[in-house]
Write a protein of this length. Structure first.
Length: 342
C-alpha cells in the first residue's frame, strides 16, 4: 500500500463541516507522520486550520474565485507546484471536486453519487459509497483506499496558549465564575433557530442551579439575538465577548457544557470534548449532530427543509422542558466529572 507524501484536502466550507473533517487529518498523520497535508478552504475556518497540528499548509480561496478564469488558472499552478500524491474531497460538490482535479493529484478520492453531487463524481479517480451514518465516520471512510481504518476518532485540535491566557483574563473581567454554560442561538440556516424567549427561560433555569449562562454571538444579527435572550432571562445571562474562532475555542473549551442548535460553534465545542445539549429540527442528530455518545441531543420532529425555503417549525416543536431536562442531566454529568477531577 502506497504511503502518501503530500495530500490535499478539498473541504471548502462550511465551518462546522470543516471541523467534522479534522479526524481525517489526525488519522492521516498517524498513518503517515511524514506526510505533508495541505487544505483548501473558502471560509473563515482557515484561522483554526492554521493552528491545527496536523495541517502543514492552508490555501484560502478568494470570494468568487470560480467565476474568474485567471484565478482558476493561478490556483491550478499553485496546486500543481506541490505535486500531490492524493487529493481527497469530503464535500462532494462540483467546486470542491474541481479543486481536486486541478491539483493534478494521481489519486483523487471522493464519494460516489448520490452523496457527491453535480459533476463531482466524474472528476474523481476513486469513489467510496459510505456505509456509516454520521458525517465524521463517513468522511473517515474516504481513507480506506489508502489502507487507513482508524480505531478511534480524534479531532486533534488544541487551544493555543495565548488564546487560553486571553480568556482567563477576560473571564475575570466579566466576573464569570468557574461554572458557566454557553448558550448559542445562532445557526447558518433560519430553519435551525429556536425561539429566543425559550432560550431565556433555559438560562433562568441554569441560573437557579448555580451556573452562569454565557450568551454567544458572532454577527450583528446574533448580537441582537443574544441581547434578546438576556432580556428574556431576566438579566441573569451574560453577554459573551467579541471573539474570532481561535478565541471562541478558548471560551468553549473552558465551559461546563454547550446549549444550542447545530452550528459551527456546536461542532467546535464537540471537537474540544465539551458535552453539547444540541437542538435539531431540519437535521438528524445521528447524522450531523455533535460527534460522540456523551452528548444530549433534543429532537421532536425531523423536517428536512432546504435552506432557501426554510421555516423553523420543526425546531419550535422542542419545548423548554425538553431542553431543561437535558441540561439537568448535563449538569449532573459534569458535576461528577468535576468531582473526579478534584
Amino acid at each position: 500500500m502506497m504511503v502518501p507524501s503530500r495530500v490535499l484536502i478539498c473541504r471548502l466550507s462550511a465551518i462546522g463541516d470543516c471541523i467534522e473533517t479534522w479526524p481525517v487529518l489526525t488519522a492521516l498523520k498517524r498513518f503517515a507522520p511524514e506526510c505533508e497535508i495541505h487544505w483548501v478552504v473558502d471560509c473563515g475556518v482557515d484561522s483554526l486550520l492554521r493552528q491545527h497540528p496536523a495541517v502543514d499548509h492552508v490555501i484560502r480561496l478568494p470570494k468568487g474565485w470560480l467565476k474568474r478564469p485567471s484565478q482558476v488558472w493561478n490556483l491550478r499552478s499553485q496546486l500543481r507546484a506541490h505535486a500531490f500524491d492524493v487529493a481527497i474531497d469530503p464535500q462532494g460538490l462540483s467546486k470542491s471536486a474541481l479543486v481536486c482535479w486541478l491539483s493534478g493529484a494521481r489519486r483523487r478520492i471522493g464519494f460516489a453519487p448520490p452523496v457527491s453531487k453535480e459533476i463531482a463524481p466524474w472528476l474523481y479517480g476513486e469513489t467510496i459509497a459510505p456505509q456509516r451514518t454520521h458525517l465524521v465516520d463517513r468522511q473517515l471512510e474516504l481513507l480506506t483506499p489508502l489502507g487507513i481504518r482508524p480505531e478511534e476518532v480524534d479531532f486533534g485540535y488544541q487551544v493555543a496558549d495565548h488564546d487560553r491566557k486571553w480568556w482567563q483574563q477576560t473571564k475575570t473581567q466579566l466576573g464569570l465564575g468557574r461554572s458557566y454554560v454557553v448558550i448559542n442561538a445562532g445557526a447558518g440556516w433560519d430553519s435551525r433557530i429556536w425561539d429566543l424567549t425559550r432560550y431565556g427561560e433555559v438560562a433562568q433555569h441554569l441560573h437557579t442551579q448555580g451556573v452562569t449562562p454565557l450568551i454567544l454571538w458572532g454577527s450583528q444579527r446574533e448580537a441582537e439575538m443574544a441581547h434578546a435572550i438576556i432580556e428574556h432571562s431576566g438579566g441573569v445571562g451574560k453577554l459573551a465577548p467579541d471573539t474570532n474562532l481561535p478565541k471562541l475555542a478558548a471560551v468553549l473549551a473552558d465551559c461546563r457544557f454547550y446549549v444550542g442548535s447545530e452550528s459551527g460553534p456546536m461542532h467546535l465545542a464537540a471537537a474540544l470534548g465539551i458535552p453539547c445539549v444540541s437542538l435539531h429540527g431540519p437535521t438528524l442528530a445521528e447524522r450531523s449532530g455533535p460527534y460522540g455518545n456523551h452528548h444530549l441531543p433534543v429532537q421532536r420532529e425531523y423536517n428536512p427543509v432546504s435552506r432557501k425555503t426554510a421555516g423553523n417549525e420543526a425546531m419550535l416543536k422542542i419545548t423548554v422542558s425538553d431542553v431543561v431536562e437535558k441540561c439537568y442531566v448535563a449538569l449532573q454529568q459534569t458535576r461528577n466529572t468535576q468531582q473526579l477531577a478534584a
